[in-house]
Design a protein around this ligand. Sequence first.
Ligand code: SAM
Length: 246
Amino acid sequence: MKNNSLILKEFLNNAFNLKSHLMEFFSMNECDLDRFLKNAKMNLANLHPGEALSDVSDFYTEIVGDGHVADLAAWHITSKDYIANTLKLQQRFSRDLVLDFGGGIGTHALANAMSSQVEHVFFVDINETNRKFVQYRAKELGIEKKLTFCKTIKDAKISKFDTVVCLDVLEHLADPASQIEIFYKIMNLTSIALFNWYFYKGEKNEYPFHIDDVQIIERFFDTLQSNFLEVFHPILITARAYKKIR
Ligand SMILES: C[S@@+](CC[C@H](N)C(=O)[O-])C[C@H]1O[C@@H](n2cnc3c(N)ncnc32)[C@H](O)[C@@H]1O
């Protein structure tokens, strides 16, 4: 296990060997990798079928393939200071049994698994490529025993988590209010949840997959404010920590 400052240093240094993991897992050379990462955000947006999509989750299970890995990898590499702050935030709160919901390329789950404060991390992601890629990364980093990979929270077969991490995911769900109701049920009174959200499709529709429906968002904030109490932290104003109100 590593101390928190070493974990941050390793992320800032090479994002936990992200580029070499991408090249090995997807059998790419450096030129392929550059192509893979270049324009990843726009490529992901272009995959979205717009109004024709009837079930939001189909985009992540049937359509994105490795497109989300590329988009998230490019983002975590180019915005490493922001991502490092989200890691600092989870270092402040994470302990014991951790759920990382919508874990993506695994940065947060891997960092939590490296921490001595954390007993085990349950990485949940609906996308099979993401799960397989992060499982591969955990093995490469020698921390695979501290992680379990699941498609849904039910598959984890854990009744209560001490920490719930759900960063940059709520805006991707058809019904974020129902999702935080599920989190509420799997938290103890001492558990902490880390949430952020960006219910916006972007100025030029860069994020067509983000939900922005006013009624859905209003129900989300109503559910959040009636079930969770914010716990102050000085690290990031966009990502919030919560405990259950009762
Ligand atoms: C923008 S990414 C965020 C990844 C990661 N949390 C981060 O901060 O880098 C959103 C992730 O949510 C996952 N996701 C979308 N819908 C989901 C669902 N219903 N259940 C679980 N994961 C989901 C996607 O596959 C994707 O990996």
